[in-house]
Write a protein that binds this ligand. Structure first.
Ligand code: UDP
Ligand code: MG
Length: 316
């Protein structure tokens, strides 16, 4: 099979028939063999009935129905598990992404050799309250992930070589950073294509402004996991040692000063009367705590089932 189209959706009943007809038209015009996997993420409207009907009438249409609303990442994850096509395309269900982009995305994967091609909604039809934070979000994501050629990390329209989706694990709300996940898994040929974007025709957006706060926290998590995920001691042990030594040396200096003043017959204070003593003490305690956090992190990392899971590309 050439193409799997994976479509996560939550209450998008009005858009589905139109979206399906459009994808079908494009696929038939180019003679692709394909499947469409609708992942119904716990919709409370008629979405599932429509998917059932489409599936009865078209053998290419497949459906997955969640019992409740889990989020876009879990929906993508299950769609990826089911996908069988050589190229996997994801798109939103709200008709904001255009199926007309599919043939070119397919060509970029199969002929230009990209592992992942992300859409770039260069001209977007979203409210300002979304486009401005998005610019900031993408600049941060570029800097942290080191993928400098992407303008639009979170674009719903993306194409993947099948290996990519079978070897990354999207969870929580990590769908915003799939290119970063792919890069961490060793898929480095990541490209971009300018895509058409339209205003939402039916229904309303499913994400509020908190997406930017959560998105930022997720980015930090990913950075941390990819840098210190398997060796937490390298960060906590390092910081802990430095802090402990700083505290120890300061406490020593404070004690030595007192002893010196005492023997020299100068007026002197008890070390416990100096505020610096307490600062030094706190620093030593925090240093020890950080060190311990590192040890505990190592114990956890040692028990992680994927601690020895590597991306093996070929074997002879
Ligand atoms: N979506 C989903 N589960 C959710 C929220 C959203 O499957 O919990 C789907 C939604 O139906 C749409 C896509 O994710 O197909 C993108 O959502 P939306 O259009 O609301 O996001 P925006 O375009 O505002 O970024
Ligand atoms: Mg949308």
């Amino acid at each position: 099979m050439d193409i799997s189209v994976v479509i996560p959706l939550y209450n998008e009943a009005e858009s589905l028939p139109e979206l399906h007809a459009w994808i079908k038209r494009v696929m038939n015009a180019h003679g692709f063999s394909y499947e469409i996997i609708f992942v119904n993420d716990g919709s409370t409207d008629k979405s599932w009935e429509i998917i059932e009907k489409l599936s009865q009438e078209n053998k290419e249409v497949k459906g997955i129905k969640f019992r409740r609303n889990y989020g876009k990442s879990p929906a993508l994850y299950c769609g990826f598990e089911r996908a069988e096509g050589d190229v996997v395309i994801t798109m939103d269900a709200d008709l904001q992404d255009s199926p007309d982009e599919i043939p070119e995305l397919y060509r970029m994967i199969t002929e230009d050799g990209y592992d992942l091609v992300s859409g770039w909604k260069q001209k977007r039809y979203d409210p300002l309250s979304k486009t401005i934070p998005t610019k900031l979000f993408n600049a941060t994501a570029r800097a942290v992930s080191g993928i400098h050629n992407l303008h639009d990390f979170n674009c719903g329209l993306k194409a993947y070589r099948r290996d990519v989706v079978k070897n990354i694990e999207v969870y929580g709300e990590m769908h915003r950073y799939i290119p970063y996940l792919a890069k961490n898994a060793g898929f480095t040929k990541i490209g971009e294509k300018v895509v058409h974007h339209q205003a939402r025709k039916y229904g309303k957006t499913k994400f509020g402004l908190n997406r930017f706060v959560n998105g930022y926290l997720d980015l930090i998590t990913l950075w941390f996991l990819s840098t210190f995920g398997v060796k937490p001691m390298h960060i906590f042990g390092f910081l802990g040692t430095i802090m402990f030594l700083l505290g120890l040396i300061s406490a020593g200096v404070i004690g030595f000063n007192k002893l010196y003043d005492m023997y020299a017959g100068h007026p002197y204070r008890l070390v416990t009367e100096s505020p610096y003593f307490y600062l030094a003490l706190t620093t030593m305690i925090i240093g020890t705590q950080l060190f311990l956090a590192g040890f505990i992190g190592e114990l956890i990392a040692r028990n992680a089932p994927e601690r020895n899971k590597y991306q093996i590309e070929k074997e002879l």
